[in-house]
Design a protein around this ligand. Structure first.
Ligand code: BGC
Length: 363
């Protein structure tokens, strides 16, 4: 399937505001998560659709600047040790019109703000844009100060769970965002905090020669892939990273697809399209084209008749009761999930840069 299909799905659903809704036809996901949107924008930049990515970034800047006063107060308060309550922090997701959704979903999550700064940095690089304009620059600096003030606060993880923990993938995301900000804006404080976070991750989030899901939890989580790919806290070839990926593959790859974590029960705990594409992205960046292609083949096999990709698919290890529970509660799994299409674009483009392995069919 050509990447135009994936680009087409994303463009068809991008809101007039510039926001990317997570999955417009799924009852729970018509809203715009910064996490999903930042990777969707990155994929659009990789695909040469810079105008779409630019509209997303301008929307984020407008949306975040609407909270400028509040964030300045939060950052000032943090300097005197004041930690806001759950809804005092910035939202994890917004309505596509930039409104704050306060409807019982978990709120305080920092990874999406790191993802946004990183994605903005990639936009500047890939679209070769001039230095950030006034609003984008102000919004990026504001988010940088916010992350600098709160990176060490326990928050929900990228799966919106485990509120009281410090999550390795979240720390990697904040690190990646602050590093991008330091490069874009020459921000020394952001660079210093990025280095502190990298030190913390090495000190607190490693056990038995590999990275762990969160401080004091030795399990792996597929989001640990983000440490190297793309956030570069370590390289793909770092021994800690290699050992982490080996464990992720041993424990979380089921029937060719990648689960989020072993104890996952959401929709039975299926295999996620975007994560399997991510594993392929990791392998492609490590130079292992054959394994990257196997991931892409699995992803392609998950399309429905219209070419749409779901969030996840059931596996032979899915928990039947939980699959039934979530399906009865919320309906069939979110399809299309824009983030799934985005990561498929990224993997496909990454593979285009690698030699075709001997014996593999040319695409
Ligand atoms: C996932 C989040 C994601 C959101 C929208 C949730 O179920 O845990 O990571 O951002 O869906 O796709």
């Amino acid at each position: 399937m050509s990447r135009d299909v994936d680009v087409g799905v994303i463009l068809a659903h991008q809101a007039a505001s510039g926001a990317y809704p997570a999955s417009p036809s799924f009852s729970q996901y018509p809203h715009a998560w910064l996490r999903d949107g930042s990777f969707v924008a990155y994929a659009m930049d990789r695909a040469g659709e810079h105008a779409s990515a630019a509209r997303f970034h301008a929307w984020v800047a407008r949306t975040v600047l609407a909270f400028e006063r509040e964030v300045e107060d939060l950052v000032a308060g943090a300097a005197s040790g004041i930690v806001p309550d759950e809804f005092g922090f910035l939202p994890a997701r917004y309505g596509v019109d930039g409104s704050w959704r306060q409807d019982g979903w978990p709120n305080f999550q920092l990874d999406g703000y790191g993802h946004w700064l990183w994605s903005l940095g990639e936009h500047v690089r890939l679209a070769r844009t001039p230095p950030l304009g006034r609003d984008l620059g102000r919004a990026a600096d504001l988010v940088g100060r916010y992350l600098g003030a709160f990176w060490h606060e326990p928050c929900y993880d990228a799966w919106e769970e485990f509120r009281s923990q410090l999550h390795t993938a979240t720390l990697a995301s904040v690190h990646g965002g602050l590093r991008a900000l330091a490069e874009m804006r020459g921000d020394d404080a952001a660079a210093r905090t990025g280095r502190d976070i990298a030190g913390f991750v090495h000190d607190e989030c490693v056990s038995e020669g590999r990275f762990v899901k969160h401080v004091r939890n030795p399990a792996v989580d597929a989001s640990l892939l983000w440490l190297s790919t793309p956030f570069g806290l370590v390289s793909e070839r770092d021994p800690l990273m290699r050992a982490t990926v080996a464990e992720i593959e041993r424990v979380l790859v089921v029937d060719g697809g990648l689960m989020r974590y072993a104890a996952d029960t959401f929709y039975g705990g299926g295999a996620w399209v975007l994560l399997t594409a991510w594993l392929g992205w990791y392998h492609a960046r490590s130079g292992d084209a054959a394994r990257a292609r196997a991931c892409l083949d699995w992803v392609e096999a998950q399309r429905d008749a219209a070419g749409s990709l779901p969030e996840q698919v059931p596996t032979s290890r899915s928990h039947a009761r939980f699959l039934r529970h979530w399906t009865e509660r919320w309906g069939a799994v979110a399809t299309p999930l824009l983030w799934s299409h985005a990561m498929t674009i990224v993997l496909r483009l990454e593979l285009e840069g690698l030699p075709v392995p001997t014996g593999a069919a040319a695409r």
